[in-house]
Design a protein around this ligand. Structure first.
Ligand SMILES: [Fe+2]
Length: 391
């Protein structure tokens, strides 16, 4: 993201840095793309390589695909997905392709007795309900409803919800999750036209450093399998770090909408991007102010995009039957647009209170059994007025 630091570290990299007992702190570079992109240099009490145990029989957590080649507009009610467990085990994938896995989780337990890292994907959690703390080896990131939590791949962490309960949308990204390049200067500062900036990004605030020996299990997700290994010391033993590679929170309520006299297209809502996908935030905003403007969107053919909307709260102007936690999916090759009556109804309206997250993928999404099980089977008919009330 940008340069940040916590705790203690030596005045130069790769020099002597001693503990009070005379031993050396263990230096650890955590870097992206080999040594060719953002990195953080951390200092541990113990070598992060001190593996005590490896379990070679991974748990299969592959999404169970129900629809491999989808062409139909669909809607799912994610609050009806059966999910329970802790913030890792409660996850239920709904839509997947070779770039992302997206799903939901409503944990009702805390993470006990293990740490977690995703060795293959950056993770983005959008907190729909609840608050808590993301605990990482680089420090704590407190979170609350409306936050996007960005967790770089391989970062060891655990997630704590206040009261052990919460609800979130998650995206596993097989490429780094970035803010759009066009918001940044060539050296990485947010520019004036960006809808958010460094002041809205919340980096880790406090290191948790433990000096404990024992057996500390870590679950590692690699693609569709979950491995377990154990270190011989508490893995949260970092005394300091500096660099550009760290987890952070950004609240959707801090996204400053861009408005215009006539309808502005979805790229103005863009918040994140990865390889072959973008993530946008639709937030409460004033509508277009040309005297003859039509605030509702126009029909469009997303010719090379599968378009996913996740509805968070408020009234969504262009669609009927929208519920909190509903997903709509409009696949490439099939035009889509406002529901009957929505265009007329939008004329003259001054503002919207809609809150939604959009994920557009540039390669087709497959649907899991969990998605199909909570689907509205008549959604694709809902642009024909007399059948639009079937559900
Ligand atoms: Fe659209």
């Amino acid at each position: 993201m940008y340069y940040h630091h916590l705790g203690r570290y030596p005045h130069k990299r790769h020099v002597i840095f001693r503990k009070p007992d005379g031993g050396l702190y263990k230096e650890h570079l955590i870097g992206e793309e080999g040594f060719s992109n953002h990195a953080t240099l951390a200092y541990h009490l113990y070598e992060p390589t001190r593996i005590r145990k490896v379990d070679d029989t991974p748990e299969n957590v592959a999404p169970r695909i129900a629809v491999g080649n989808n062409f139909r507009p669909r809607a799912f009610y994610s609050f009806n997905v059966k999910t329970s467990g802790d913030p890792i085990t409660a996850r239920r994938p709904l839509m997947v392709n070779d770039d992302v896995i997206m799903g939901v989780a409503a944990p009702d337990q805390s993470m006990k007795g293990y740490f977690y890292r995703n060795a293959f994907a950056d993770e983005l959690l959008f907190i729909h309900e609840g608050s808590g703390t993301l605990h990482t080896i680089l420090g704590k990131v407190p979170f609350r409803k409306g936050d996007y939590l960005v967790i770089p791949r391989s970062l060891l962490h655990w997630i704590e919800f206040d009261g052990d309960r919460g609800r979130f949308l998650y995206i596993e990204s097989y490429s780094p999750i970035r803010v759009p390049e066009r918001y940044l200067t060539r050296y990485g500062q947010f520019m004036e036209h960006s809808p958010f900036c460094e002041r809205d990004i919340r980096p880790p605030v406090e290191l948790e450093t433990f000096d404990e020996k024992g057996e500390f299990p870590i679950k590692i997700k690699r693609r569709n399998e979950m491995f377990t290994y154990a270190l011989d010391h508490h893995p949260f033993d970092v005394v300091g770090w500096d660099g550009y590679h760290w987890p952070y929170a950004f609240s959707i309520y801090d996204f400053e909408p861009i408005t215009g006299r006539i309808h502005m297209p979805p790229p103005i809502h863009q918040t994140f991007e990865g390889r072959n996908y973008v993530i946008c935030s639709f937030v409460p905003r004033l509508y277009d102010y040309h005297p003859e403007s039509i605030p509702a969107p126009y029909n469009h053919s997303n010719i090379d995009t599968d378009e996913v909307l996740y509805y968070v709260e408020g009234e969504f102007m262009s669609r009927k039957h929208v519920e909190e936690g509903m997903f709509s999916l409009h696949p490439m090759g099939v035009p889509h647009g406002p529901h009957p009556g929505a265009v007329e109804k939008s004329i003259g309206q001054k503002e919207t209170n809609e809150l939604a997250v959009m994920i557009d993928t540039f390669r087709p999404l497959q649907l899991t059994e969990d998605a199909v099980n909570v689907e509205d089977p008549h959604y694709y008919l809902s642009w024909i007025e007399d059948s639009s009330n079937k559900k």
